[in-house]
Ligand binder design. Structure first.
Ligand code: NDP
Ligand code: MG
Ligand code: MG
Length: 333
């Protein structure tokens, strides 16, 4: 069983007299910075000017500065930048300004695990990752709760760095929900696997394939949308509250029988074999190399696929239907 830390395992006074630099004021940056400040920590922001995030940091009462400046002034530096930008910002702004005894942090291990960011001797690495989007990290904290998180220590990290990590996790509210001890490898590999196979990749393709099958068979696109996209949330909410058992208790016996008889025809042994291949490619660095090279090529393929996916029929019909559902806080991006 995993080691899980709660509020009582962490001591915020470890961060007294230490300055924390949050590089990037995006989803995670704005949330972690404000939570830490509200927990009594000294926080400075490294955020480039000319972006809405710069103005946001100012409007929250911070005085954002360059990443170089923030690194120079800080004891603890957390790179809350997009994973694909971290290596460049690290090499040009962070590394030249690191001092012995600094702690270099992140909320996802991709760059450190795959050696895109290699800190000098005397600088420990530390991961504290909330298991939820930044805006929830902030809103849960404000309500007195917290999004659960993960903690991982780099190979050379000292016990003091562990205490810093636990205090940081407490400062952002994560120990209220529970913080699981993991490693850079485990966090990075399971995060990539989950988003590719189940959460983002698997689920999106499942929904699109189901929707297309109904529409191609001549059913109305609105019916296909409700059945294959909208209702996913209702089912997932049941999983979230009570697992598969609760979903199966709640749906009709007919739906439950169809679940058992048809589910294994959709997710087949071949699907699982492919999952194992995907996991291997994550573990052996193949996926990391592809993503790094993609970015070096200006993300040409990534942007082309993104453009095509944006106009899928399920998106067009969904946009129209969500506008009519007044209880949904419909988002258009
Ligand atoms: P965002 O995209 O929301 O924010 C990125 C921030 O970095 C912005 O302030 C942006 O500033 C700045 N930035 C982007 N590119 C550059 C660049 N080239 N040079 C300097 N600054 C740059 O990122 P996230 O908060 O989503 O992700 C941050 C980290 O947190 C990642 O490691 C991610 O994996 C991890 N994480 C994210 C979660 C999430 O829910 N989003 C959950 C758990 C972990 P500007 O406005 O100027 O572009
Ligand atoms: Mg991820
Ligand atoms: Mg039904």
């Amino acid at each position: 069983t995993a080691k899980i830390y709660y509020d009582n395992d962490a001591d915020l006074s470890v961060l007294k007299g230490k300055t924390i630099a949050i590089l990037g004021y995006g989803s995670q940056g704005h949330a972690q910075a404000q939570n830490l400040r509200d927990s009594g920590c000294t926080v400075i922001i490294g955020q480039r000017p000319g972006s809405p995030n710069y103005d946001l940091a100012k409007s929250h009462g911070f005085e954002p500065m360059s990443a170089e400046e923030a690194t120079k002034k800080a004891d603890i530096i957390n790179m809350l930048l997009p994973d694909e930008a971290q290596a460049d910002v690290y090499k040009s702004c962070v590394q030249p300004n690191l001092k012995t005894g600094n702690v270099l942090m992140c909320s996802h291990g991709f760059n450190i695990h795959f050696n895109q960011v290699v800190p000098p001797e005397g600088v420990d690495t530390l991961l504290v990752a909330p298991k939820g989007p930044g805006h929830l990290v902030r809103s849960e904290y404000e309500k007195g709760g917290g999004v659960p998180g993960l903690i991982a220590l780099g190979d050379t990290a000292s016990d003091e760095t562990r205490q810093i990590g636990l205090a940081y996790a407490k400062g952002i509210g994560a120990t209220r929900g529970g913080v699981i001890e993991t490693t850079f490898a485990e966090e990075t590999e399971t995060d990539l696997f989950g988003e590719q196979v189940v959460l983002c990749g698997g689920l999106s393709e499942l929904i699109k394939a189901g929707f297309e099958t109904l529409v191609e068979a001549g059913y109305q696109e609105e019916m296909a949308y409700f059945e294959c996209m909208h209702e996913v949330k209702l089912i997932v909410d049941l999983f979230y509250e009570g697992g598969l058992n609760y979903m199966r208790y709640s749906v009709s016996n007919t739906a439950e029988f169809g679940d058992y008889s048809t589910g294994p025809r959709i997710i087949t042994p071949e699907t699982k074999a492919e999952m194992k291949k995907v996991l291997n490619e994550i573990q052996d660095g193949t996926f990391a190399r592809n993503w790094i090279l993609e970015n070096k090529a200006g993300a040409a393929r990534f942007k082309a696929i993104r453009r095509r996916e944006r106009t899928h029929q399920v998106e067009e019909v969904g946009k129209r239907l969500r506008r009519l559902m007044s209880w949904i806080d419909a988002k258009e991006v």
